[in-house]
Design a protein around this ligand. Structure first.
Ligand code: FES
Ligand code: FE2
Length: 351
């Protein structure tokens, strides 16, 4: 198998939507530093409640803008008080009558599932990840825990379509085969299409009432994925939003989703379903943690059962890769900066 260029590569990532933080962690008028995929950024919420994400360093002299303050919907740098609007355009330089045309880089943002999301390219051309079944439905969501694992997000992702490990790790002797379908360039689904003879007793019992149990995974931007699972009468929806951290670690935010049911009884059922979803997820996460702690992913010997994994890798490879500033690059830039500083110092001493 050819070595993938983007998949499991901490120096590249797919252009797309990535989760940043829970919406409730950013109040109106608040500014915070954030690091996304190795790049230092600043996030703030203006008086209009909209979230803005921009480069961390002021285009004047490089002060960190998280030291600044929010004025209306604009951000004023702490150092020389230059002010930038939500598009990053400089609107005020106190010592000049007119601001000069200087721009602070900003990124598209959105809020969904009680989370703040960033689009890592110029203009978003695909939606925020969603569960295919719920695309046109009203839903309710609940944020679950955050999990840090010792491997690249792509390696965490494949777990859900690794048919062999359902029996070996989770003791579920299911005969699972997947059918893939690409929703578009950035999203692919894998759906279980065959019920095995070796299904455990409780699965067979459910089959007495239901012709089938759905198990569908949808991968977005090679980073976030949704899981739809359950018998016909009750589908559970889980979103696992992943992003890369320093040292090739992965941070996963669990999001539980359910179809919105109306009225007070509906409200109670929604709470109950969301709670059941979280219990279900904990069961699987616990078992997988052991593998994800120590794995060094390298699919050297793929067999037929690994086909969905290879299909996912090829799907990731076909998406637009970005390399904005992963930690390796940031570190080499720091080294370069140090060398420059040393050169300056030497020049000064020679003079
Ligand atoms: S560094 Fe920001 S205004 Fe000077
Ligand atoms: Fe698993």
């Amino acid at each position: 198998m050819r070595k993938p260029k983007t998949f499991n590569n901490p120096e590249r990532f797919v252009e797309g939507w990535y989760w940043v933080m829970p919406s409730q962690n950013l109040r109106i008028g608040e500014v915070q530093p954030v690091t996304i995929l190795g790049r230092n950024l600043v996030i703030y919420r203006g008086q209009d409640k909209r979230v803005v994400i921009c480069d961390a360093y002021c285009p004047h002299m490089g002060a960190h803008l998280a030291e600044g303050k929010i004025e209306g919907n604009e951000l004023r740098c702490f150092f020389h008080h230059w002010k930038f609007d939500s598009q990053g355009i400089c609107t005020d330089i106190p010592c000049l009558d007119e601001p000069i045309p200087v721009k602070l880089k900003t990124w598209p943002t959105a809020e969904k599932y009680k989370m703040i999301w960033i689009w890592t390219g110029e203009a978003p051309h695909q939606p925020i990840p969603f569960v295919p079944e719920l695309e046109f439905q009203e839903y309710e969501s609940l944020l679950g825990s955050r999990i840090i694992t010792n491997c690249h997000p792509n390696v965490v992702m494949i777990n859900a379509i690794d048919a062999q490990h359902f029996s070996t790790v989770h003791q579920l002797p299911l005969d699972i085969f997947f059918e893939k379908a690409e929703l578009h360039q950035n999203a692919i689904t894998f759906t279980k299409y065959k019920r095995g003879n070796k299904d455990p007793f409780f699965v067979k019992c459910i089959h007495l009432f239901n012709k089938n149990i759905i198990y569908q995974i949808c991968y977005w931007y090679g980073s976030t994925f949704t899981l739809t699972v359950g018998p016909d009468f009750l589908h559970f929806y889980i979103m696992l939003a992943l992003h890369l951290l320093e040292n090739d670690k992965c941070e996963t935010q669990l999001i539980f989703i359910t179809k919105k049911r109306k009225g007070f009884t509906g409200w109670i059922i929604n709470r109950l379903v969301l709670w059941l979803t979280s219990v279900f997820v904990q069961y699987f996460v616990k078992d997988d943690a052991k593998v994800l702690r120590t794995i060094r992913f390298d699919l050297k010997t793929p067999i037929k059962a690994d086909q969905p994994i290879m299909q996912l890798i090829s799907h990731v490879e076909r998406q637009k890769p970005l390399m904005w500033e992963t930690w390796q690059l940031a570190r080499s830039r720091d080294v370069e900066l140090k060398e420059n500083q040393n050169k300056w110092r030497d020049d000064l001493t020679n003079d």
